[in-house]
Write a new protein. Structure first.
Length: 453
């Protein structure tokens, strides 16, 4: 008859293995994740549970005795590796990298000890090295835990895990000193349960942080959508189309229109360095600064000068390129100014394409910078294309740019299409260029203005 204690060990081993497998499964579902502690904890628990199960007469008949002896020895050698990796994942590499060196040393020791046993055909022949290795790593880990305790205020799950560790350590010392009551497996179950609770709380905390970030990204996306024009402007004598393609969830490109005067259209196309939430916040600042210049849009150079003065000193580590234009549809004139932005293209009705280059310093770089206004005469049938560099610098699989020449050729060959159709065709051509399903390398903005016949 199987002793009750061995039945209990088999049941405890099953619980410990189940806890380890659950930790590994949840960690796998959350990949990719930088936190590998659930995986190392799960492996440690599974190793210990399998070794404990191998001591039970309920399990031993499944394989020959020599198999269990080898398995017991091999797990004893290897279990230090996930244990040390788990501590490293919680506390970092440690003082002078001692925690990292611990698992690296264990990773070298384990296969060498296993190879030694296989060569000698004697399971456990290298086990005499295990106690000093365990004591050394245990001392290093304990020192780091105590150091962490002095530096940080421990959350309740950390206290519970340390309590479980102290209980197990006390039982281990008791058994080593000759204690008759065999309760090591119960102590390990308590320890694994407490550490499992710690791991679960860390995973839940990570999920909560991810949920907060997701909510913040959604709010930033809503803010960015709110700063873009809700509808295209209607100006007599002009037809307008626009498109914005963010590289990711949130981009840094921006465009806007102002139509306060009849037959006049003010516009700006801007590109904030970087991507994501910071770029979107800077873009919202550009919108506010542009709206404040609505009465001076007939002097685009003055508009950019004032926007630049507003932006300088408002943020660090970012800059803005922009092209500001003012179109007089009655007198058929364009005034524009540029701040480090690609010059707009002007396709004349006879098919000629002119690049309207007006160089100027990046915005938010020098508060004393001044921007000049250029003046261009328009004709009925002309088409203006304002764009960000994400369009012409989009790369295909061979890292070749979409390029200015390709855009100019497309502008000539698509003269018969309405502005909205032209934008759709440009976007389709861009998608084909970068490849089906391939992500954009930068945000893309295209604004097209036709001077009606």
């Amino acid at each position: 008859m199987v002793p009750l204690s061995e039945v209990a060990d088999a049941v405890i081993a099953s619980f410990i293995i189940a806890i380890g497998l659950i930790a590994i499964a949840f960690a796998a579902l959350r990949l990719p994740s930088r936190d590998r502690s659930p995986i190392w904890f799960g492996l440690f628990a599974c190793f210990y549970g399998i070794r404990l199960a191998g001591h039970s007469q309920l399990v031993q008949p499944v394989f020959a005795e020599v198999f269990w002896r080898y398995l017991d020895a091999f797990i004893t050698y290897a279990i230090l590796v996930p244990g040390a990796l788990f501590v490293d994942s919680l506390f970092g590499p440690g003082w002078r990298l001692t925690l990292r060196r611990s698992w690296q040393a264990a990773a070298v020791y384990a296969p060498m000890a296993i190879a030694h046993d296989l060569v000698r055909r004697e399971p456990g022949a290298a086990l005499w090295l295990n106690p000093p290795a365990v004591l050394l790593f245990g001392g290093i880990a304990t020192a780091h835990v105590l150091g962490y305790w002095r530096r940080e205020s421990w959350p309740s799950e950390f206290r519970l895990a340390v309590l479980g560790g102290l209980v197990f350590a006390g039982v281990a010392v008791y058994q080593t000193l000759g204690g008759e009551v065999q309760i090591e497996s119960l102590a390990m179950l308590a320890f694994v349960t407490s550490v499992g609770y710690l791991v679960a709380q860390r995973m839940l905390a990570g999920d909560r942080r991810l949920a907060r970030v997701s909510r913040e990204l959604e709010l930033a996306r809503e803010i960015q959508q709110s700063i873009l024009p809700r509808a295209l402007p209607h100006v007599e004598g002009l037809r307008v189309a626009a498109c914005y393609l963010p590289m990711g969830e949130i981009g840094g490109d921006f465009y806007d229109f102002v139509t306060r005067r009849p037959n006049h259209l003010g516009l700006i196309v801007a590109d904030v360095s970087g991507h994501g939430v910071p770029a979107a916040l800077v873009a919202s600042m550009v919108k506010i600064a542009f709206a404040a210049e609505a009465e001076r849009l007939d002097r685009p150079g003055v508009v950019l000068t004032n926007i630049n003065r507003t932006l300088c000193g408002s943020f660090a580590g970012a800059y803005v390129t922009a092209c500001c234009g003012f179109i007089d549809a009655h007198n058929l004139r364009l005034r524009y100014a540029s701040a480090g932005h690609p010059g707009p293209l002007l396709r004349r009705r006879d098919g000629r394409v002119e690049r309207l280059d007006q160089h100027g310093l990046l915005l938010a770089f020098d508060a004393e910078a001044r921007y000049a206004t250029a003046d261009v005469t328009l004709e009925a049938g002309d088409r203006l294309v304002f764009f960000s560099d994400g369009l012409v610098e989009a790369c295909n699989e061979t890292q070749e740019f979409f390029g200015d020449e390709r855009l100019e050729h497309f502008l000539v060959t698509s003269a018969a299409f309405r502005p909205d159709e032209f934008v759709d065709r440009v976007v389709a051509a861009l998608r084909r260029w970068v490849g089906p399903g391939a992500p954009l390398q930068d945000d893309v903005t295209v604004v097209v203005v036709d001077v009606e016949e």
